[in-house]
Design a protein around this ligand. Structure first.
Ligand SMILES: Cc1cc2nc3c(=O)[nH]c(=O)nc-3n(C[C@H](O)[C@H](O)[C@H](O)COP(=O)(O)OP(=O)(O)OC[C@H]3O[C@@H](n4cnc5c(N)ncnc54)[C@H](O)[C@@H]3O)c2cc1C
Length: 521
């Protein structure tokens, strides 16, 4: 529990100005997109907020947490649900004051950053030096560091692979307050350029599709790989807010291709990958388009009901492909290959001149900015079957998910029966899927989403790889995947003996009396 003595210890270490337990302040930190819809008994407000400015500050906070036995949550922009306290007495560490880009190394193509550096910030600085990185659909306002630790799915993963594989070096304050340096920065004077050794590679402690969700201490510096950018040094925008949109650079061209059936769409993704075409290849969902284009719920319903977007997507899904001119004539050549693939897979390429509103959506794949409109229009957002596997699996995932969703549409969720998002990873060697559900922000939708998650996980047990979106799922999934839940538990116990780092993440609670800890401790 968080005591007055613990509060005073934080004030003494970090300064009164940067510690607050004022309910008006702590309440402001509950504006997570799920908070209003989760059951009341789970709606915990943080006991206090603390804003460190350096690794030493973070170390001091975590040592105080160990001494006074209160749980802390390392947060970046606080978007994701794992930043909601699991119980009373949690202290939220807000990294807002740690927002420096420490270095961009043009020659070796990497950047070293602090936790609150956003994608917008790093992308804007990177492109000035001819360097870029993939940006997730959660939009450019999220933290680069948090996203590389957690989820890390971007359209550009087609070209570069998963975001968590771009991590080169890390400085982390472990749950007991010790500092660990990982990657080449762990070797004296080696710098930040490389992650693969020599010596043991501890990046696995942090990585994974969902990472440790703040359950293994706080990362204070990270070096991430950057990639070549052939666009202008600054991105141009046109129009007035809320209709302001990016001017797509001349060195890039986006294509929307629709299909009559999923098999053809997946085959096209395989072929695009095998031909190593483009920097992004993503099957997008019909409902997502109007969601991000609408400025109100009314507008969303009107656009969706008009059927325009749905018809542009086709029954088998709409594929957005981005080609880039890394050398003169590359787009021209690759477009010919793309057209040939379309012919072989019965894809209908929507001519750029009639792509109309989708040009705006394509810009979203370069530097996303308005995906959060998805919540503004529909209220709440849920996803099931968040899975990394093969493209073949993705096809099967769509079928299973569509069957599961049917009972809930339209009573609880908006959307249609084919809202399956799928990103090609590493040129189609892998695929990542998410099946979306857009609902009102209310308990009924949240309950239905959790119910669907459980059904989805259970039907896949033992049959395929399942991503554990919630730490509660780990014990369910683990026995079917090399008992990894037991390994995770050993890591948690070893690195977090006092159980203070965003418990219970990344494992589920151990509820037995006399065990290491029990729910609510
Ligand atoms: C509408 C919507 C769309 C989304 N789309 C995508 C998408 O396309 N791709 C994608 O990858 N994700 C997506 N997400 C998921 C997620 O929100 C993002 O991955 C993003 O990383 C959250 O960034 P943040 O800065 O808000 O992190 P936070 O929400 O602050 O943190 C995320 C997790 O990381 C931990 N954490 C934060 N900082 C640190 C640190 N310094 N050290 C250790 N742990 C830390 C937190 O405890 C938390 O568990 C989406 C979310 C929403 C709501």
């Amino acid at each position: 529990m968080f005591s007055r003595v613990a509060y005073q210890a934080l004030v003494n270490a970090i300064g009164q100005e940067y510690v607050s337990d004022d309910p008006a302040v702590t309440q402001a930190y509950t504006k997570n997109f799920w908070f209003e819809s989760i059951p009341e008994e789970r709606q915990h407000r943080p006991a206090a907020i603390v804003l460190p400015s350096s690794v030493e500050d973070v170390q001091a906070i975590i040592r105080i947490a160990n001494r006074h036995k209160f749980p802390f949550i390392p947060t970046a922009t606080n978007l994701w649900t794992t930043c909601i306290p699991h119980g009373p007495g949690y202290v939220l560490i807000d990294a807002k004051r740690m927002d420096r880009i420490i270095e961009i190394d043009e020659k070796n193509m990497y950047a070293t950053i602090e936790p609150y550096v956003t994608y917008a910030q790093l992308h804007a600085e990177g492109i000035k030096k001819g360097l870029t990185l993939g940006i997730p659909m959660s939009s450019s306002q999220v933290s680069v560091l948090a996203n590389h630790l957690f989820c890390g799915i971007t359209g550009m993963n087609h070209w570069t692979g998963y975001q968590h594989r771009q991590i080169l070096a890390v400085e982390i304050v472990l749950p007991d307050g010790e500092i660990l340096e990982i990657g080449s920065r762990g070797l004296p004077n080696a710098g930040n350029f490389w992650g693969e050794g020599p010596g043991p590679d501890m990046r696995g402690l942090l990585r994974g599709l969902w990472g440790h969700m703040g359950g293994m201490g706080m990362v204070t510096k990270m070096t991430v790989k950057l990639h070549p950018w052939v666009g202008p040094k600054t991105l141009e925008a046109k129009g007035l807010s809320p209709n302001r949109e990016m001017v797509i650079p001349k060195t890039m061209k986006n294509y929307l291709i629709n299909f009559d059936n999923t098999e053809d769409c997946i085959e096209a993704m395989y072929q695009i990958g095998a031909s190593e075409l483009g920097t992004s290849c993503t099957r997008i969902t019909a409902f997502w388009g109007p969601c991000i284009m609408s400025r109100s719920a009314n507008e969303l319903h009107k656009l969706w009901k008009s059927g325009l977007i749905k018809s542009m997507m086709g029954k088998g899904g709409g594929l957005v492909v981005r080609l880039e001119d890394f050398y003169e004539g590359q787009i021209e050549y690759e477009e010919k290959v793309l057209k040939q693939i379309c012919e072989e897979t019965h894809g209908n390429m929507i001519p750029p001149e009639i792509m109309g509103p989708f040009d705006f959506v394509a810009g979203e794949l370069i530097r996303p900015g308005s995906t959060l409109r998805a919540q503004r229009a529909a209220g709440m957002f849920f996803a099931i079957k968040l899975t990394g596997g093969s493209l073949e699996w993705a096809k099967e995932t769509f079928e299973r998910a569509n069957a599961l969703k049917k009972d809930y549409i339209p009573q609880v969720f908006l959307d249609d029966d084919n809202s399956c998002w799928c990103a090609s990873i590493d040129h189609g060697h892998m695929a990542y899927t998410e099946i979306y559900l857009y609902g009102e922000m209310n308990r009924e939708a949240w309950k239905a989403g959790m119910e669907l998650t459980e059904k989805s996980v259970k039907e896949d047990l033992g049959k395929r790889f399942i991503g554990a979106q919630f730490s509660e799922d780990v014990d369910l999934i683990g026995p079917h995947h090399l008992d990894y839940h037991l390994i995770l538990r050993k890591f948690k116990r070893t690195f977090d003996p006092k159980n203070v780092s965003n418990p219970p993440n990344p494992i589920s609670w151990e509820e037995k009396e006399g065990e290491w800890f029990k729910k609510g401790d």
